[in-house]
Ligand binder design. Structure first.
Ligand code: HEM
Length: 596
């Protein structure tokens, strides 16, 4: 769907960028100005300075009626900008089978449509070669890799912090990311929802880009990501108030989790079930407080398939996540016909939508019986209903669904890996325990509100975990302007995939990059790390909205667990899956040993 849109805008872009046909000598463009500026600027700047002074002179104007490139001498200092066609990477039509190998990870972004699916299907079924991951592409082609799609909408992959910074700093007020095609299709075609949630919002932006390339809209004109801006502004304040308001509740859920571990432990002090699954319930209960102001008590509910709404919400979230992961990986056959994963996605997203919608309608009804002053303003749903922006219950449900899907899964992933690393790296655990011991068992709300200030080593452990395993391993942007990356000119409208996980585990960016070493963030020279080498929450106008919630939940839970248990890890290494939200690639086991 997304690349269909990009495909649609390609011809307009080409028109907009119309330039005379290329000559052999134009292959390498000599440039004296900033590389990302467009051709016209380059040509104007190429005029001799003495003549530019006299631009008002009619004779000079006549002589230089059109901008022209003046012959220049090439010196070592002048940056060379290479054309887009020169960007290395596997050419799909030429090397179609190698393209197929990367599909498992690039599913979302490589919406290459029916043609590619048709071209790939034979190789997909006939070869048993293992699927490659993104890092191998960088090893093979360098830090800027181009995927040439047979049907338009090329993709550029990057992993160098400087290039990531360049993309982020030119993104403007209203950045556009490529999101989850399956969820987007579900919303636009199955539910006929006009606006996506916050994470998935892009339809308005795509429309804007489309119009932009048709030169119907100026870059800052009306309609520029208006809906996404409106939603973000409405949610931001109430979301943070809701976290502060529910700090005590979140702490109680964490306390409850430690008790549950006690009850679930085997004689070997580990859990008979997958620790990830238990943490998933903990994250769900905490997010229930923040998003719905409700105690979900999923940690107490053993019967997942029980008839109550809360169990169904949990079950639907779990199944919807699975279905989205399946749809986004591998071939997007669900675009052609309803696959089992697609049918499951529709079923469970419908269920999620209905259950969340029910909460929103209940809140709306109870507000109609009470005055605005009496209504609980700390409830996120109430705050959205009462906002001057007049959000519809349907929009509110969609926003909550996005936050539930992203929030619960990212927090579960980070908490799982944090416990894994602490159990594996005993020295770090000892240092952390020393710090935590100074934090009183009965934390007041004030202590919790400034938890980051009083636990610097814990914050370093969280940062280090997110560096090693960012829950969202690749971030995307669609370029609003031309840009030069590693000397290659990348045209606007190109989809950029930033492999932030690759950047954060590169030896060139961090010494002993694969080692869990929280101290690196506390050293004086920590500032020397490139600021874009590890950006687990993204950056800029579309940065994660839940960073504060995530850090608070991870901090409180780690304190509660370590105060009660010593962690040990005696099993094989765990890696992260690189699906749209990472998780451990096998059931997680950790030993919880009572502290005496
Ligand atoms: C450890 C936990 C989390 C991580 C690592 C994380 C990471 C991210 C990342 C990388 C992005 C994309 C940023 C970009 O494109 O530049 C994002 C966006 C977002 N996250 Fe989180 N997230 C986490 C938890 C949460 C939670 C708990 C919530 C729920 C409140 C949440 C809500 C969102 C939303 C709504 C967006 C979209 C923002 C927008 O497009 O305006 N996240 N997150």
């Amino acid at each position: 769907m997304f690349l269909n849109q990009v495909r649609n805008i390609q011809p307009y872009m080409r028109l907009a960028l119309a330039s005379p046909p290329k000559r052999w000598y134009e292959k390498t463009v000599l440039q004296t100005s900033k590389p990302q500026e467009n051709d016209l600027n380059i040509q104007q700047k190429a005029r001799p300075t003495s003549l530019r002074m006299d631009d008002k002179d009619p004779v000079i104007r006549e002589i230089y009626s059109a901008a022209r490139v003046m012959p220049m001498m090439l010196t070592n200092k002048e940056p060379i900008v290479l054309p887009f066609d020169d960007v290395p990477g596997p050419r799909v039509l030429k090397y179609i089978s190698s393209f197929r190998q990367y599909l498992s990870e690039m599913g979302t972004q490589l919406t290459v449509g029916a043609l590619t699916v048709a071209l790939n299907i034979g190789t997909y079924l006939n070869t048993k070669k293992p699927l490659k991951n993104l890092s191998t592409l960088f090893d093979e082609y360098g830090p800027v890799v181009r995927f040439v799609s047979p049907v338009g909408g090329d993709i550029v992959l990057i992993n160098h912090p400087e290039h990531i910074q360049k993309v982020y700093t030119m993104e403007g007020d209203c950045p556009v990311r490529s999101t989850l095609d399956s969820l987007e299709k579900y919303r636009s075609e199955h539910r006929n929802v006009i606006h996506g949630g916050l994470y998935t919002a892009r339809r308005n932006m795509m429309l804007h880009l489309h119009l932009l390339y048709n030169r119907l809209l100026e870059i800052d004109g009306f309609g520029h990501g208006e809906e996404w801006n409106r939603q973000r502004a409405v949610v931001l304040g109430p979301l943070h108030s809701s976290v502060t308001h529910h700090l005590m509740g979140i702490n109680d859920v964490c306390e409850h989790f430690t008790q549950k571990i006690y009850n679930l432990r085997t004689y070997q002090d580990d859990l008979a079930t997958d620790l990830y699954k238990e943490l998933h319930k903990w994250a769900f209960d905490c997010m229930g407080l923040v998003l719905f102001s409700k105690k979900f008590t999923m940690l107490d509910t053993e019967l997942v398939y029980s008839q109550c709404d809360m169990s169904w919400l949990y079950h639907s979230l779990d199944k919807a996540t699975d279905a989205i992961v399946k749809c986004e990986s591998g071939l997007h056959l669900w675009k052609l016909f309803p696959t089992p994963a697609w049918t499951s996605l529709v079923k469970y997203c419908d269920s999620l939508d209905n259950l969340i919608g029910k909460h929103v309608l209940e809140a709306e009804q109870s507000m109609s019986f009470t005055s605005k002053e009496v209504s609980d303003k700390n409830s996120l749903i109430n705050a959205m209903l009462m906002s001057e922006e007049k959000m519809s219950p349907e929009d509110i449900s969609t926003i909550i669904m996005d936050m539930l899907l992203i929030g619960v899964n990212t927090i579960t992933s980070s908490m799982s890996f944090l416990l894994y690393y602490l159990a594996k790296y005993q020295r770090a655990q000892k240092l952390l325990y020393k710090e935590i011991n100074n934090v009183t068992t009965n934390l007041s709300v004030n202590d919790m509100a400034k938890i980051a200030e009083i636990t610097p080593y814990l914050q370093a452990c969280i940062k280090e975990t997110l560096r090693l395993v960012p829950p969202i391993p690749v971030l995307t942007r669609i370029l609003p302007r031309n840009i030069t990356l590693d000397r290659y000119n990348i045209p606007r409208g190109t989809l950029i995939i930033m492999s932030t996980q690759d950047a954060s585990i590169k030896e060139g960016n961090y010494e002993d990059a694969s080692v869990f070493y929280p101290e690196r963030w506390l050293k004086d020279d920590a500032m020397e790390y490139h600021p874009f080498a590890s950006i687990p929450f993204g950056f800029g106008a579309r940065k994660c909205l839940g960073q504060n919630i995530a850090e608070t939940m991870l901090s409180l839970m780690t304190i509660r667990i370590l105060q009660r248990y010593k962690l040990e890890y005696l099993y094989g290494d765990v890696q992260s899956t690189r699906s749209f939200i990472s998780k451990p690639n096998k059931p997680l086991k950790v030993r919880f040993i009572d502290r005496v």
